[in-house]
Design a binder for this molecule. Structure first.
Ligand code: ZN
Length: 275
């Protein structure tokens, strides 16, 4: 799942090329991908994009005239690519924008499930759509993070992934961040002391900045994640084998030495059944 570092790296790569030429043709779009019908996609034709922006895990392309916003959410398997004029593209992408110089912006999605979405909105609609999102994770800082943690008693792994609480982090970066902060994924947000909040805020910035720098350079998952999907591999800090636990439809990776005082976390779904 692309999260803040991945989406921000794409935003930076797309920002300049998408505004170089006006849009010649908008679409076609897969029926499951395009989530809006009014205004129609053809309204984009002849307009120029102002560049690429990002909010949480969404990419936003506003038109230069300020009248429309194209919102793209890639979900788990969506990929957005800019193809130079004449470059060979996919036969039937989920969505396509063609520019007057022949370049294309194409959205593809691996697998048969179409989860990625494209919305064509007015600026007011785009603002309303983002209204439920919490502050951006990168740079949230200890003061604001402390308020978020104290406002809702939740397990840290679950709270950090909740876009309404703090925006841009998913399960992969939550695993990385909690390891760096040396906090248990099951710790309750309201039980963190000031030092814990400070460590968590610092780890959010440190990990997201590290991820962004690597993604901008084109690094792939194995070179980026040190805890996520690293079962039995050595913890980057203490070399203890990384452990795994299932929780809320997610698989959590963590270091039992750094994060849980040597305790192995039990699969909570299973332990509940056995009780
Ligand atoms: Zn460790």
């Amino acid at each position: 799942m692309p999260e803040l570092p991945e989406v921000e790296a794409w935003r930076r790569a797309l920002d300049e090329p998408v505004r170089a030429f006006p849009i010649e043709r908008a679409g076609p779009a897969h029926i499951a991908t395009l989530k809006t019908f009014d205004p129609p996609l053809s309204t984009l034709e002849g307009r120029r994009l102002a560049g690429a922006e990002r909010r949480a895990k969404r990419l936003l392309f506003a038109t230069e005239d300020g009248e429309l916003v194209l919102l793209v959410h890639l979900m788990t398997a969506g990929r957005l690519r800019y193809l130079r004029p004449g470059a060979k593209g996919p036969k039937s992408p989920a969505f396509r924008l063609r520019f007057t110089d022949g370049a294309e912006l194409v959205l593809t999605e691996a697998g048969s499930k179409k989860r990625a979405g494209v919305w064509l909105l007015t600026p007011e609609q785009a603002e309303a759509e983002a209204a439920h999102l919490g502050p951006e994770a990168l740079g949230v800082g200890p003061k604001q993070l402390g308020e978020i943690l104290r406002s809702d008693s939740r397990r840290l792994h679950s709270l950090l992934r909740d876009q309404r609480a703090v925006a841009g982090i998913g399960r992969a970066w939550t695993n990385e961040i909690l390891r760096t902060a040396r906090l248990s994924p099951f710790a309750l947000s309201t039980e963190l002391d000031d030092a814990g909040v400070e460590r968590l805020a610092a780890a959010i910035d440190e990990e997201l900045a590290r991820g962004l720098e690597l993604r901008v350079r084109g690094a792939k998952d194995p070179a980026v994640y040190r805890v996520h999907n690293r079962l039995d591999e050595p913890c980057p800090a203490c070399a203890t084998p990384i452990a795994r636990v299932d929780y809320e439809e997610h698989t959590i990776f963590y270091c039992p030495k750094c994060q849980t005082g040597g305790r192995v976390l039990k699969d909570r779904r299973l332990s509940r059944l056995l009780r």
